[in-house]
Design a protein around this ligand. Structure first.
Ligand SMILES: *Cc1c(COP(=O)(O)O)cnc(C)c1O
Length: 362
């Protein structure tokens, strides 16, 4: 028996759709701007090595990861050539690892600059992160003014900052951050600059600078939540039906007896649960698609199982081994996220290790 047949659910990742998304987004950039790919958190849960290789093949030359160890693994997978930036930057004692693995640290605070310039070999490159209003990572304006004279030894190849509200095109915070970023740029000698994530692309060419760091849009999540999704869906998640049963009044379904049936009801139990990253907050709120019919998730999400009311589905389509689509045609990542009270980023990065993963279109 193959492992796909032995798994409870199949996660299909369409590397062709991913490459299309990268190309589509790249064409929206200001002429001369580069589109980098953010593949942190294992490529937003989809597999950083496969995703990274597919994007490199599509023409992507720069990648961002969060952790040093993510950078080391990605470097092994990609070989030499593409640039790999590490957003955490130089944590104490790690400076030499960056040159060793040909990784570019994003220097976030004065201690990182000191650590880096003390160890830097004069050839290794680094990026500098300045804070323009996110108050998470990066130098403040005062820190930048103080550090500026010391930065000529850091081998800087990029100045970057990060937007807090990029997906809200009307939010005045965007223009404030843009202005602050331009102000901070003027304190340094000319350097390639980067401000935008996926959503920043849609704020206009002023926000593109020399490089855009796109993550979530590449993976098919809507970067413009107030408008229809321009991206192509990349993931499909299909859970297998384990058992079908008919229940009638006055029965209830699942833990806590939270779903009371209102009459004769057919329930399909599917082999996906919160241990697979399917959010427990989808209890009585989620849905799936079976034989083209949208079926509500009823009762609580349990560790290994979820239950759907499939009363409205033609009987022949409801049997053990049949697939209920949780993500895919008729079930977008954004819709699942809305129902769960979260964001597409979290749905993707929680996709669990028990799924059988299939890469297509590569
Ligand atoms: C995660 C991240 C990105 C990518 O953001 P998306 O919204 O997924 O496009 C870009 N820049 C930084 C600093 C990040 O942390």
């Amino acid at each position: 028996m193959n492992s796909q047949a032995a798994a409870g659910a199949v996660l299909t990742i369409d590397l062709g759709a991913l490459a299309n998304n990268w190309n589509w987004l790249r064409k929206r950039l200001r002429i001369g701007a580069e589109l980098a790919s953010v593949v942190k958190a294992d490529g937003y849960g989809l597999g950083a090595l496969q995703v990274g290789a597919a994007l490199a093949k599509a023409g992507c030359k720069s990648f961002f990861v969060a952790r040093l160890d993510e950078g080391i693994s990605l470097r092994k997978a990609l070989g030499r050539g593409e640039r790999i930036f590490v957003l955490d930057g130089v944590l104490p004692g790690t400076a030499l690892e960056f040159s060793h693995h040909d990784l570019i640290p994003v220097l976030n605070e004065p201690g990182q600059i000191a650590e880096w310039t003390a160890k830097a070999d004069g050839k290794s490159k680094a990026a500098l992160h300045v804070d323009t209003g996110m108050n998470r990572l990066g130098l403040s304006l005062a820190e930048l003014e103080a550090q500026a004279p010391r930065l000529d030894r850091a081998g800087l190849c990029l100045l970057m900052s990060h937007l807090a509200c990029a997906e809200e095109s009307e939010n005045p915070k965007n223009a404030q951050q843009l202005e602050r970023f331009n102000q901070m740029r003027r304190l340094l000698p000319p350097l390639p600059a980067s401000l935008s994530n996926s959503s920043g692309v849609f704020l206009g060419a002023d926000y593109h600078f020399d490089l855009v760091r796109a993550g979530v849009a590449l993976y098919g999540v809507n970067p413009t939540p107030d408008l229809p999704n321009p991206m192509t869906q990349v993931v499909q998640l299909q859970g297998k039906i384990v058992q079908v049963r008919d229940v009638d009044l006055p029965e209830t379904v699942g833990y806590g007896a939270t779903h009371k049936v209102s009459g004769r009801t057919r329930i399909a139990t599917v082999a996906v649960g919160y241990a697979d990253g399917w959010p427990r907050s989808l209890s009585n709120r989620g849905f799936g698609v079976l034989d083209g019919v949208r079926v509500p998730l009823v009762g609580r999400v349990s560790m290994d199982l979820i239950t759907f009311d499939v009363t409205g589905v033609p009987q022949g389509a409801v049997h053990p081994g049949a697939f209920v689509t949780l993500l895919g045609e008729g079930a977008s990542v954004d819709e699942a996220a809305d129902a769960a009270g979260t964001i597409g980023y979290e749905i993707l990065t929680n996709l669990g290790p028990r799924y059988f993963r299939r890469f297509v279109g590569g």
